[in-house]
Design a protein around this ligand. Structure first.
Ligand code: GCU
Length: 592
């Protein structure tokens, strides 16, 4: 140990203070899908302090050097156990007024007890998500870091646990141009450990990932199982059981992987019949289980087919936000959002613009709603940066690994509203390839912009997609509504189109004439015209108007907006249904 306080001079002179933390990085290659595995929750009160100058990382606070070698106390700049506590999971922005707009680093600290299990047992710390970067320390040791505000990550801590453990997590939500998303978005930049933290115990050899799905060959009578194994025993036989189907089979695992198909005709999952089966897979001492629905989603020319049947995706967009909890929605709020979407007549939802909590797709499986899930490749990403690509690709891989057994998830989206440049085309085409390699059972899309010069649907990325998402705001950002029908007259897509955004802002309860901006009447007028035009386009096979309810947005500063995007069909607190809600509902209901 050095003979003077660590933070005395070093941290003053360290410019590249983050370099020592660059490795190891938690990413999709080390992620495993915990499915319904048992967890020891580490949620609850954590000591907390914002750390505007990132001093914890600069001055190695996590080492907790309180004295010199002779036991003389150092005047340290932190007091982990005396700091106030905050609930984890939560967003710091809604806990105190002075933290509302705070962007930067904050330090979370908690102790937890650990009772040793069998000697062969392995232990993992699992984080469901942390906005945006997280640096994790256990008992004074650095475990690693993760970037990406919306996907899970984990660290193996086998052999690193004591009876009482100290966990220190530095979370940083600084917006950066080289992040995914970049520093400019149309939503609120919440920060913190906004999803759960837990400890998971596993046998020395365990099922790392498992995917169980209907083979999308139109027969609805073949189920594929793919496994990867983590541990020494990489050769052996696994057993899959679906008790309700009286199905029980063993299959070979070789070199830590298995890929097998079985003849099986389960009842098919759909919004009208969200049938789920308990599936169990055993390998060695490990048992993996999940509740899985079997369905096939496909495209046929310009049509979308669910289980072979033509389907119109009656949808709506939603951000992961609530007035009281920010991004940390409660289960009750998730269910309320789904109930409101169903009241609107929806069978489908676009979860914008980043992966929402894992619980969302699990509940959608249960209640019968189809989902579009997206990674935040949003607007002007640094498309020519290999590091940025690695980040986006990693977030996509983490999302797919997390949700690939969710029947509700039918579409992976590789981004939203990006300029049609060559660098972007290359970047997003590679993301499409990642989807196809990791998951051949789902459709791939993106929310594209219209080419306003024609106007027409002319995005080059469309050739790589199964479904073309189109965002258009005619009647609002472009007040000349007559251009909307022109787009469709000028476009001959050979695949289905979903209008992934349209709409207008309206202050809840404000009335006026149909021309008056920010009134419900103006919003209604836009919806009436959109419905009239979109309803007549045969290749438009879905709509997700922007957006279910108003949401916080730091870019919206006029007095009608008040730092809210007011394009919701409902007010931010979801108590007020705007006129356009009823119009949309009537249209969806009329579709039957
Ligand atoms: C864009 C974007 C949304 C945004 C919306 C709006 O299309 O995708 O994130 O909130 O338009 O302007 O309201």
């Amino acid at each position: 140990m050095k003979d003077q306080p660590a933070n005395f001079s070093d941290n003053m002179h360290r410019v590249d203070y983050l370099t020592p933390y660059a490795e190891p990085m938690a990413d999709a290659s080390s992620f495993f899908d915990p499915a319904l595995r048992e967890r020891e929750s580490l949620d609850g009160p954590w000591h907390f302090a914002i750390d505007p100058y990132d001093t914890c990382l600069r001055a190695d606070w996590y080492k907790e050097e309180y004295t010199d070698q002779a036991g003389r106390p150092y005047p340290v700049d932190f007091s982990f156990d005396e700091w106030e506590t905050v609930p984890v999971p939560s967003c710091w922005n809604l806990l105190k007024d002075e933290w509302k707009w705070y962007e930067g680093s904050a330090v979370y600290v908690r102790n937890f007890d650990y009772a040793p299990g069998p000697v062969s047992e392995r232990q993992f710390l699992m984080f469901e998500a942390a906005a945006h970067r997280a640096y994790v320390f256990l008992n004074g040791q650095y475990l690693g870091w993760h970037q990406g505000a919306s996907t899970p990550f984990r660290f193996e801590v086998t052999g690193k646990l004591a009876a009482v453990n100290r966990l220190v997590v530095v979370v940083n939500n600084t917006r950066r141009p080289d992040n995914v998303p970049t520093d400019n978005t149309d939503w609120f930049n919440y920060g913190g450990l906004h999803r759960g933290v837990s400890l998971i115990r596993l046998p020395s050899t365990f099922i790392e990932t498992a995917s169980v799905a209907l083979v999308p060959d139109g027969s609805f009578s073949t189920v594929s199982v793919r496994l990867t194994i983590d541990g020494e025993a990489i050769d052996g036989r696994a057993e899959i059981a679906i008790p309700e189907l009286d199905f029980n089979q063993t299959f070979e695992v070789a070199g830590g992987v298995a890929s097998e198909e079985f003849s099986l005709s389960p009842e098919l999952w759909s919004p009208a019949n969200p049938k789920l089966y308990e599936v169990r897979i055993r390998y060695n001492e490990d048992e993996w289980q999940d509740r899985i629905g079997f369905r096939q989603i496909s495209v046929e020319g310009t049509d979308i087919r669910l289980n072979g049947q033509s389907v119109f995706l009656k949808g709506v967009c939603q951000h992961e936000e609530s007035v009281s909890h920010g991004r940390t929605l409660t289960e009750e709020e998730i269910r309320q959002n789904f109930a409101l979407a169903k009241e609107l007549g929806c069978t489908f939802m676009r979860l914008a613009h980043y992966p929402h909590d894992a619980l969302v797709s699990r509940i959608a499986d249960e209640v019968g709603l189809m989902l579009w899930e997206e990674v935040p490749v949003y607007w002007a990403i640094l498309f020519d940066s290999p590091e940025v690509f690695a980040d986006a690709d990693n977030q996509l891989r983490e999302l797919i690994q997390r949700d690939r057994n969710r029947a509700s998830v039918i579409i992976w989206s590789v981004g939203n509203e990006n300029a049609d440049t060559q660098a972007r085309l290359d970047f997003m085409s590679r993301l499409v390839t990642t989807c196809r390699i990791l998951d051949p059972t789902r459709l791939v899309s993106a929310a594209c912009l219209v080419d306003p010069s024609i106007p027409a649907i002319k995005d080059r990325l469309a050739d790589r997609l199964d479904i073309i998402g189109v965002n258009e705001y005619y009647g609002w950002y472009d007040p000349d509504f007559s251009k909307l029908p022109q787009i469709f007259a000028n476009s001959q897509p050979t695949k289905p189109v979903i209008i992934t955004e349209f709409g207008a802002d309206a202050v809840a309860g404000r009335r006026g004439d149909a021309g008056e901006l920010f009134t419900e009447d103006r919003q209604l007028a836009v919806y009436d015209k959109q419905i009239e035009v979109l309803g007549a386009i045969p290749y438009v096979r879905g709509t997700t108007p922007w957006i279910l309810y108003d949401f916080r947005c730091p870019r919206r500063v006029n007095v009608s907006q008040g730092y809210y995007n007011r394009k919701g069909l409902l007010s931010a607190d979801k108590t007020h249904r705007k006129l356009a809600f009823t119009a949309m509902q009537a249209w969806y209901r009329a579709m039957g």
